[in-house]
Design a protein around this ligand. Structure first.
Ligand code: UT7
Length: 325
């Protein structure tokens, strides 16, 4: 039976030029390189330049993904952009990217699920493609978290970075088996009772200003490993797959310890996990497509590989996707 699949055609990424190492950070924050590495695995992060917006990073990532796909904006009719750090309260950052790309047709909108945003955006775009509502889509995760960090709070400011990643999807007919290329399953969850464990203490309707990120790190950590393992296994089961089928896990890059514990619970050895947290830190919605882009361009991910994407973030939200590249 022929089944419409959302097939990934290309990936792209964009990182601000400025790299801030742990040692550089320790000159202005009461922390050390060793503490950050031991607790998180982070060595450095990229920080956006003054005036460099989330939409600028997103546009560069989208252009690179379209170039890898060998497609242009005429081949897509949807942009779904995941961000918790939009350029403005409105209009959406996605519409700015649409304009930057010179695209005047189709539709563009943002989704907000913080660090799970890319998996949410991928799920939405997949639905559009599988139902025939879109022929092709650009799915973007883009953030400038440096703008919402409290740089006097050492427990959070050392953890995050800026960047963007994108994937281009195209609708293609598959056979309906797990051998098909494209998105084979997605699973999303949220539970709003935990929204004070990881949040921003501002917003248009509450304080009228953007606010700063606040986190109960231990609380998030505890939920992260359990939720990520559960959702990863659920996405595999929905597709009719097991951890033995997984070529690569591409996890949200928040903390190397969370990544390792989750991989162990799912039953995938670390040799098959893409880890970029040391270079990018936590870039929220951008972290999965950034890691994906690295592993495609360095040749680890090959056509036909089965990828398991999994992420968890504020809300709490969490999600996973099984995708044959
Ligand atoms: O992307 C969304 C998902 N977010 C996450 O997944 C983050 C999840 N949480 C974590 O990754 C970890 O909880 C952290 C990396 C945030 C913190 O690691 P931890 O092992 O849970 O440390 P902790 O918060 O329990 O703090 C341990 C100690 C504390 O000192 P005392 O109370 O033991 O004296 C902190 O004050 O480390 C201290 N500390 C620091 N020390 C040096 C906290 N931040 C720093 C710092 N440098 N930057």
């Amino acid at each position: 039976m022929s089944v419409r699949r959302a097939v990934a055609m290309g990936a792209g990424a964009a990182l601000p030029e400025r790299v801030v190492t742990n040692t550089e950070l320790a000159a202005s924050v009461d922390t050390t390189h060793d503490w950050i590495v031991e607790r998180t695995g982070i060595h450095q992060r990229h920080i956006a330049a003054d005036g460099q917006l989330t939409s600028d990073l997103a546009t560069d990532a989208a252009r690179r993904a379209l170039a890898m796909a060998g497609m242009d904006v005429g081949d897509i009719d949807l942009i779904v952009l995941a961000t918790a750090t939009p350029d403005q309260t409105f209009p959406s950052t996605a519409t700015r990217v649409q304009h930057n790309l010179g695209m005047k047709h189709g539709c563009a909108f943002d989704v907000q699920a913080v660090c799970s945003g890319f998996v949410y955006a991928l799920t939405v775009a997949t639905q559009f493609i599988e139902t025939g509502k879109a022929r092709g889509a650009v799915v973007i995760g883009a953030e400038t978290f440096s703008r919402i960090l409290d740089w006097s709070d050492r427990a959070t400011c050392v953890l995050f970075g800026d960047g963007a990643g994108a994937v281009v999807l195209r609708g293609e007919d598959g056979t309906g088996t797990t051998d098909d290329r494209g998105v084979l399953s997605t699973e999303l969850r949220s539970d709003g009772q935990h929204n004070t464990a990881l949040y921003v203490d501002g917003g248009p309707s509450s304080t009228g200003v953007a606010g700063h990120l606040r986190m109960n790190g231990r609380e998030v950590f505890k939920h992260a490993v359990r939720n990520l393992a559960e959702i990863g296994e659920a996405a595999l089961a929905t597709a009719g797959l097991t951890s033995d089928d997984v070529s690569w896990v591409i996890p949200h890059q928040a903390n190397a310890r969370i990544i390792a514990s989750t991989a162990q619970k799912i039953g995938v050895p670390m040799e098959r996990v893409i880890v970029t947290v040391q270079d990018h830190a936590n870039t929220s919605a951008a972290s999965i497509p950034l890691a994906l882009d690295v592993a495609i361009r360095d040749g680890r991910i090959q056509p036909g590989d089965l990828l398991l994407l999994e992420a968890m973030g504020g809300g709490f939200t969490w999600g996973a996707a099984a995708l044959r590249w």
